[in-house]
Design a binder for this molecule. Structure first.
Ligand code: MN
Length: 486
């Protein structure tokens, strides 16, 4: 804390507040979520290396290897920026869209590959959320850029981590910046509908509570969930602006103790009000890809209007709001509980604990698969001079890169620059490198030696083809046989 304060001393943010307020808020949020101490310390120091004279060595000495590693990861993520030239893209024709989306997806992979670790990503997401909340401090131009990047990269990552709370907020904040007019007119458009639905929810809430009490189902919490602006706007666009087709403007969320209670609740509600066909979704039996679980149904409610009910356990609720971050939350709670609970040798208790452990291990495996950190660790992500991104296997060289641009460029490569410095053609590319290919269609031609170091099948097959063609034409290489490579 002292180090962060000293390091940021005198720095003032665009909003006029002392800089330290920002890392403090991020750290506080993470500690509320129950993240480990190292992550909270790293959150406090996350801008120190980037913006102040303090370096990683000092952090390592004072707070240990792990904190330094986390700070380093967040600093590196800060360097991944979408190029400004990308804005031109959005105005481009419809057919460019798939290309844009695949480029963005590659950027997201680069973020995962760079973060290497889940805590780094969580710190970065809450950092971004705080920056979006204090965005008035930026110039208009920077705001739009920052908001677009948030919408393109960080909100989808928050979704993938299952942190619904952050995803929804990031999107809404970005939406207001990027499309202020649409945001304003949406607000006007739904004003009346919101009022009606709010009244509905109030009535329905009461009736459902009574019903569940009759059925002796305990309700932990019941509340209205208002749909986020951005997701509402997108849904409306899909439905040609027809507000009447949106049943979850405000959904009613019912939280009950167990999974069995969830199904009982669903049944009770259906026995009383009629369910709208095709709107019952069992995300408990079939969770969404990001792990989201709940039962959803749309009923013809007491006020004769369709509205959505979402049923879940407290565990599912935390997962939906805090995603992977909820894991720490649970670990912490479990720790406290374990400490308080006297250790008895009761068989059942032991079994229960074993089951919890199993579940935990399973969850963590699922987590790793969902995020694919490992998959990306053997990839390397590099940029073209224009800021496009390319995804290559690690160990890839400028030749591999050249062939991803175009065969004719690969074939004609004579030299390469990485981060503006000349390198050999067998140079191994690193994450984040900017690669420039110098080529000459007249004089450049593939060399059989290239086969010894290229990493992609694409480059290998193109080189072989070019060599074969030349042999057949009877020019420079005669009776050449390419060396076998693994
Ligand atoms: Mn920051």
């Amino acid at each position: 804390m002292e180090l962060a304060k000293k390091a940021h001393q005198g720095q003032v943010r665009g909003t006029g507040e002392q800089y330290i307020e920002h890392p403090l808020r991020v750290a506080l949020k993470l500690s509320q979520l129950g993240l480990d101490v190292d992550s909270v310390v790293a959150a406090l120091l996350h801008d120190v290396v980037e913006d102040t004279p303090v370096n990683l060595e000092q952090i390592k000495k004072m707070f240990g290897q792990n904190v330094a590693k986390l700070v380093d990861g967040v600093t590196k993520l800060g360097q991944i920026r979408l190029k400004r030239s990308w804005f031109g893209f959005r105005i481009l024709k419809q057919k460019e869209k798939p290309r844009l989306e695949s480029q963005l997806e590659t950027f997201r992979k680069l973020i995962l590959a760079t973060a290497k670790n889940i805590q780094v990503l969580i710190i970065k997401l809450y950092d971004r959320l705080d920056n979006m909340n204090t965005i008035e401090g930026m110039t208009q131009d920077k705001r739009t850029y920052f908001a677009q990047e948030t919408l393109d990269l960080y909100a989808p990552l928050a979704y993938r981590l299952g942190i619904g709370e952050v995803k929804g907020e990031l999107e809404d904040l970005a939406f207001q910046q990027i499309m202020p007019e649409q945001f304003a007119s949406l607000k006007i458009k739904v004003k009346d509908a919101f009022q009606k639905r709010r009244a509905d929810v109030k009535k329905n809430k009461h009736k459902i509570l009574v019903l569940l009490a009759q059925q002796q189902i305990r309700v932990i919490d019941i509340h209205g969930r208002t749909k986020h602006w951005y997701s509402l706007w997108r849904k409306l666009k899909r439905l040609d602006g027809d507000l009447n087709k949106i049943y979850d403007l405000i959904a009613l969320r019912v939280i009950v103790p167990t999974v069995a209670d969830c199904y009982k609740t669903l049944q009770a509600i259906h026995s009383r009000w009629s369910a709208v066909e095709g709107r019952i979704k069992d995300y408990i039996a079939q969770p969404k890809k990001n792990g989201y679980q709940s039962l959803h149904t749309t009923i013809l409610g007491p006020s004769n209007r369709r509205f959505e009910v979402q049923i879940r356990t407290p565990h599912m609720h935390d997962q939906a709001e805090f995603g992977v971050a909820a894991h720490w939350h649970y670990d912490q709670h479990k720790l406290i509980k374990d400490k308080i609970k006297p250790i008895t040798s009761q068989h059942s208790q032991w079994l229960e604990r074993l089951a919890t452990w199993r579940q935990k291990i399973k969850d963590q495996n699922q987590l790793a698969t969902a995020l694919n950190f490992e998959i990306y660790s053997d990839r390397v992500f590099v940029f073209t001079p224009k800021g496009d991104i390319r995804d290559l296997p690690s160990g890839a060289t400028p030749i591999d890169f050249a062939y991803t641009i175009h065969t004719s460029i690969g074939d004609a490569t004579i030299a390469a620059k990485v981060n503006r410095k000349m390198v050999k053609l067998d140079h191994k590319l690193q994450n984040g490198d900017t690669v420039e290919i110098i080529f000459n269609p007249k004089h450049g031609q593939p060399h059989y030696k290239w086969l010894g170091f290229v990493k992609t099948a694409l480059a290998r097959s193109r080189i072989r083809r070019a060599l074969r063609l030349r042999t057949r034409l009877g020019s420079v290489v005669r009776r050449f046989r390419p060396k076998r490579t693994a």
